[in-house]
Every structure is written in structure tokens, then in C-alpha cells.
Design a protein around this ligand. Sequence first.
Ligand SMILES: [Zn+2]
Length: 171
Amino acid sequence: MGEDEDLLLAVLNSAPAVGGRITEELHAGAAGEFAVRFGGTGSDAELQHLRLMRQVLQDVIRGAEGTTERLTELLSDISLVPEPSPAGIQWRLEADPPKRLAARAALAWSRFAESTPGRLKACANSDCNLFFIDRSRPGTGRWCSMSTCGNRLKARAHASRQRTSRATDAH
Ligand SMILES: [Zn+2]
């Protein structure tokens, strides 16, 4: 669970905005690293599935329309096989090797969305393309990081309030 939660966040955050541009981290050069870290195959097909899954999971979290159909298609030929024991039932994922990591990321998202709804969020800074788990007690966290996005947006809001009040004073 913990590892797949890391996988989910790594997938979601593999297209960060750097200097206002989205950078692709799921490219061939990085595939090996991703595979070693999470036990994938490192193949081009795996990267492609991860990029597709990333897009749909990002859209789901942002509340976009039409994501159910896309998720259904991406998960169409994976299955979970029950492995009962006295300790309970383990569900073994069966998927083509290139689709395994993407499927694991989707399952991690699903478990998280069910157990802690609304806590996996997109950063409220529109110049940022990062996702984060809101661990604040009231669940009102808005930024991937207070020290970067949070303070930057607060400074911008403050500056615009000052401009507005100066404009009002001039009247
Ligand atoms: Zn951010």
C-alpha cells in the first residue's frame, strides 16, 4: 500500500511545470529509474501506459468529465484474482507486464479515494502541475508546498490587493 501510494504520487507528479513549462519525466531516459524504483519493466510500452494513466488520474482528481470511460478502457484487460488464506483475501493483480505499473497506480488512487475522499488534490497554483496529499486536519490544504506555491500566491494576492487599494485611493 505504502509503496503503491508512492508510485501513484510519482506518476501524478511526473510532468512538473518548470519555469512555466510542463516537463515530461516519463521519457525513455528516465524509464529505467522508474522501473527500478517501482519494479516495472522499463519498456517504452510501459511508459506509454503510465503517461495515459497519469493523464486520466490527473483529470479525475481535477474533476474533469468523461474520465470513467477512459479509465474503463485503460483497465479493460486487467483482473484481480482472489488468493484466500486464514488471514483474509489477497487480490493478486493480473495484467500484461507493460500495463502493471499503470494498473497499480490506478488501484492505489482508488483505495486512497475510497478511504480518504477529497484528500488527493491538485495544487491550487495554476502555474504548478503537482499533486499532493492534504494531511491538514480540516482538509483545507491548497498547495503542494506552502514554502513554494503557497507563499508565492499569497504574495501575489497581497500585491494585487495593494494595487486595488491604491487605485481606490486615487479616486
Ligand atoms: Zn504547487
